[in-house]
Design a protein around this ligand. Structure first.
Ligand SMILES: O=C(O)C1=C[C@@H](OP(=O)(O)O)[C@@H](O)[C@H](O)C1
Ligand SMILES: C=C(OP(=O)(O)O)C(=O)O
Length: 449
């Protein structure tokens, strides 16, 4: 069956998941060692890159096994509002994408999705007409200025509708962007670089982006951008550190299969350390740019043994978790999972290199410190991370701040600590369509309310 993506009216898929006190989810404790296989849906980061490239491509393309979650539905809806035709096909999350001339006027709801708010301004600049961007309340405080300043320097008209350098704003597209070269401070988010590179092949002169900030987070995500561009026939030179050159030229239409989301696999794999036993994730790629590829090595340092059998990653734990001293600069989106594990460990943990998490879905350093402390843990915020000293934890409600990874971190704590409630677990729909179902499925008969 093929159904057109409805771009006209908001659907429950893209509405923010609202917190209500009576909705708190009772995180199940694990009543024994796990023995589970968890099918993790497609990667958010790859799905949203492939969608953007498909909309800018030289013909119709297909995404197979795409993630269908709030962030990716928002991306699809936004591209649809700009004129791209998206149809969903089959039961496997496939999307057929037919590019069309990009045009405004249009309104783009970014929700809380960094990939939508940072990847689409450069695409909007290639459209004709005014494109108004806005998002959730929480999105209005996420950093945007480096992308908007860079576009301004390239001659694109950006009009602030609120505080400059934040959502909401309007891009007045002229149907083309000159391109050339631009400096960007991406110390707040790698997405500032990715968002410029993804559209750059369609700029008249292509684009050279030079990162000028003190630190560069999430380099694997920039490598992912470079890789998907190259896979689509775009010439990218990344031979100099922190400089990327995208040559002007066509973006090839493709039929691609999306890898499972390895970062979303994190809480499930980590559950094996907390509860003991084995959790397997099929579809684990041997070669990938996803930062979640770092998980097996990290989990081993924290006490797991891991094994890749074909494409099935198996993580086995004993229930004993060790603390770790870890620079997570390359993979900040793993931090909530690692922090939850750390709170259950037998020795202290120091997480470094993740100051930019203060601009994620919420200030994740503050949120993790507050919520682990609320359960009786000891967490100190540092200038670029957290120091977590394990303490005996008690029942309580984990607040989630509209942050999907705070909710999955709460679930992980609840595996060990009886009486943990997770506020607004529905917020996990940002990147996982049915987190509670998958979690209960993993536990099976071992899950105790
Ligand atoms: O490009 C991407 O798909 C992402 C880049 C990273 O952003 P930051 O560099 O802001 O951490 C990551 O945390 C986010 O979940 C997804
Ligand atoms: C930081 C994240 O998301 P976003 O793409 O909205 O930045 C995340 O998923 O951890």
């Amino acid at each position: 069956m093929t159904t057109p993506t409805d771009t006209a009216s908001p659907s429950p898929d893209v509405a923010p998941a609202r917190a209500q006190a009576d909705e708190a989810w009772a995180a199940p404790t694990a009543g024994g060692a796990l023995d589970a296989t968890v099918e993790v849906p497609g990667s958010k980061s790859l799905t949203n890159r492939y969608l953007v490239l498909a909309a800018l491509a030289d013909g119709p393309g297909r995404l197979r096994g795409a993630l269908r979650s709030r962030d990716t539905e928002l991306m699809a809806r936004a591209l649809g509002a700009l004129g791209t035709q998206l149809t969903s096909a089959g039961a496997d999350g496939d999307w057929d994408v037919a590019p069309a001339p990009l045009r405004g006027p249009a309104t783009i709801d970014c929700g809380l999705a960094g990939t939508v708010m940072r990847f689409l301004p450069a695409v909007a600049a290639l459209a004709t007409g005014p494109i108004a961007f806005d998002g959730d309340d929480g999105a209005r405080v996420r950093p945007m200025a480096p992308v908007l300043t860079a576009l301004g320097a390239l001659g694109v008209t950006v009009t602030a509708a609120g505080e400059p350098g934040r959502l909401p704003f309007t891009i007045v597209g002229r149907g083309r962007v000159r391109g050339g070269a631009v400096d960007v401070d991406a110390s707040g988010s790698s997405q500032f670089v990715s968002g410029l590179l993804l559209a750059a092949a369609r700029f008249d002169q292509g684009l050279t982006v030079r990162h000028v900030g003190s630190t560069l987070p999430s380099l694997p995500h920039i490598d992912m951008t470079v890789q998907v561009l190259r896979d689509a026939g775009v010439e990218v030179d990344d031979s100099r550190p922190a400089i990327w050159r995208v040559a002007p030229g066509p973006i090839a239409a493709r039929d691609v299969r999306v890898e499972p989301d390895l970062s979303n696999a994190g809480p499930f794999l980590a559950a094996a350390l907390v509860a003991g036993g084995t959790v397997r994730v099929p579809g684990w790629p041997t070669v990938t740019t996803q930062p979640g590829a770092l998980l097996p090595a990290i989990l081993e340092r924290m006490g797991a043994s891991t094994r890749l059998d074909g494409d099935v990653l198996a993580v086995t734990g004993t229930g004993v978790v060790h603390g770790i001293d870890l620079d997570l600069r390359a993979a900040g989106e793993l931090a909530p999972t690692i922090a939850a594990l750390a709170a259950l460990a037998d020795s202290p943990t120091r997480l470094r290199g993740i100051a930019h998490l203060r601009g994620h879905e919420t200030d994740r350093l503050a949120a993790l410190a507050a919520e682990i402390s609320r359960l009786g843990g000891q967490v100190e915020q540092t200038s670029d991370g957290l120091v977590i000293t394990p303490r005996s934890l008690r029942a309580g409600t984990v607040r989630t701040y509209q942050d999907h990874r705070m909710a999955t971190a709460g679930a992980l704590l609840g595996l060990r600590v009886p009486g943990v409630l997770v506020e607004n677990v529905a917020t996990t729909a940002k990147t996982l369509p049915d987190f509670p179902g998958l979690w209960h499925g993993m536990l099976g008969a071992l899950g105790r309310p």
